[in-house]
Design a protein around this ligand. Structure first.
Ligand code: UD1
Length: 420
């Protein structure tokens, strides 16, 4: 099993190119199932989760190829079954995103029930409630969610009880081919939803309400070919900016979109980091001044992203003063706190919050990654610590960060991938 060996305390300096967003590419790949015409996708990141989604599309009968410009060409003309098997769904919960497109185009979808996961119980009840509101019948048989409809799905007026990113995406994809008009209320407003909307529009879908929590979709009977470049990964960009600050370095992330990082950049500035935005580059400079602890509470977009919470915990660990970080979106998403304590960090877990008393020095230690963003935060802590840190179970990090060790090495980090 691979692990990272990190020798910390080197300030990071330089430029890092940002890849396409995993969380935008996954629903967009699922959306290619909505048409029998060719979809061409650029800026798709090379990540394990993307490979899983491509395998899933392949298992359904979709043809996926990469051309000489590294564009992904996807043709779902020959889809010959509508079953997302357990072996793939168990490795990636986002597999549920094929359900909306399959139901809308073929009137049938079977998706292995996504189980619990390291960051708590993550139900899909709202996805299913929405499909039912569109006229589908939903059953659970032999561990599979089976959705079916005799006729086309029907437009409906649906209000989400909780803001859900995946739920909004799934119902959006179902609604674009449904009969009549669908209104989705209390919809998520994450930038990745806008990216999916832009992709669907490029296929001929009729959607209004970008950037708002009410989406109005007028169903069409067919969707066409599309050529689309996936948005930059805001979480990858944010992670490297935090790593720069935690090591007292200066890093510019390139091909990023600062508009998607509003509150993240604000919190970095509150922590004393000099943040400069120039076009599609963002610089975090912490070579001067004092790094100060900050408080934050996660919330749906445009609130502070849960996917950046662990990285800011690592930042507070090596900052001056006391900070409180509160997680409101997921249960069990504070596991990095225990691992950071093993590095000498002063952290107390208090219900859904962690209270961190910053220290100027923490020590390297063997630590274990528990989920994708927790692993990123342990890498940041290792880069900021004295001595050597081993981060184990980095398969979590490979799900969501493209060549993270190479990108960090390019800005001076002493990090190597090793196998046991
Ligand atoms: C997506 C992101 C993930 C991010 C999360 C929140 C992808 C592939 N993943 O996950 O990186 O951390 O958004 O920004 O884009 N919920 C229900 N019922 C449902 C669906 C969700 O109760 O049917 C709850 C969840 O348990 C959670 C909250 O809603 O407490 C938000 O989850 P959701 O936004 O759906 O997260 P994902 O789409 O799984």
């Amino acid at each position: 099993m691979d692990y990272f060996k990190i020798r910390g305390k080197t300030p990071l300096h330089g430029r890092i190119p940002i890849s396409g967003a995993k969380n935008a590419a996954l629903p967009i790949l699922a959306a290619t199932l909505l048409t029998d015409k060719m979809s061409t996708l650029l800026n798709v990141p090379h990540l394990n989760d993307i490979t899983t989604m491509v395998e899933l599309l392949g298992a359904l009968g979709t043809d996926v190829a990469i051309d000489e410009s590294m564009a992904l060409k996807v043709s779902a003309a020959q889809v010959n079954n509508q079953r997302a098997p357990y072996e793939l769904v168990k490795t990636m919960r986002a597999s549920i995103l094929v359900m909306g497109p399959l139901l809308a185009r073929f009137g049938r979808a079977e998706v292995s029930f996504p189980g619990g996961c390291a960051i708590g119980n993550r139900p899909v009840d709202l996805h299913l409630k929405g499909f039912e509101a569109m006229g589908a019948s939903i059953d659970v048989r032999d561990g599979y969610i089976v959705g079916s409809t005799e006729n086309r799905l029907k437009g409906c007026d649906f209000t989400f009880d909780t803001v859900t990113v995946g739920g909004t995406e799934n119902l959006l994809m179902a609604a674009v081919l449904a009969e009549g008009r669908t209104v989705l209320r209390n919809a998520a407003r994450e930038p990745e939803i806008n990216d999916l909307i832009a992709f669907l529009r490029g296929m001929g879908a009729e959607i209004e309400g970008d950037d708002t929590s009410t989406l109005v979709i007028n169903g069409v009977s067919k969707l066409g070919a599309n050529h689309y470049s996936v948005m930059p990964d805001r979480i990858e960009a944010g992670t490297f900016l935090v790593a720069a600050a935690a090591t007292r370095g200066c890093v510019t992330v390139e091909n990023a979109n600062a508009e998607h990082l509003g509150i993240v950049l604000e919190k970095l500035r509150d922590a004393g980091v000099k943040v400069i935005v120039e076009g599609n580059s963002i610089t975090a400079d912490m070579t001067e001044g004092q790094l100060t602890s900050i408080d934050l509470i996660t919330a749906p977009y445009p609130g502070f992203p849960t996917d950046m919470q662990a990285q800011f915990t690592a930042l507070n660990v090596v900052a001056h003063g006391v900070g409180r970080i509160t997680e409101t979106i997921f249960e069990n998403r504070l596991m990095q706190a225990h691992e950071m304590s093993r590095m000498g960090a002063n952290i107390t877990v208090d219900g859904h919050s962690v209270i961190i008393r910053g220290k100027s020095n923490i020590d390297g230690a063997p630590v274990m990654a528990s989920d994708l963003r927790a692993s990123a935060s342990l890498v940041i802590a290792g880069l900021a610590a004295n001595g050597e840190t081993h981060v184990d179970r980095i398969y979590h990090i490979d799900r969501g960060y493209e060549r993270i060790e190479e990108k960090l090495q390019a800005v001076g980090a002493d990090i190597v991938r090793k196998s046991r």
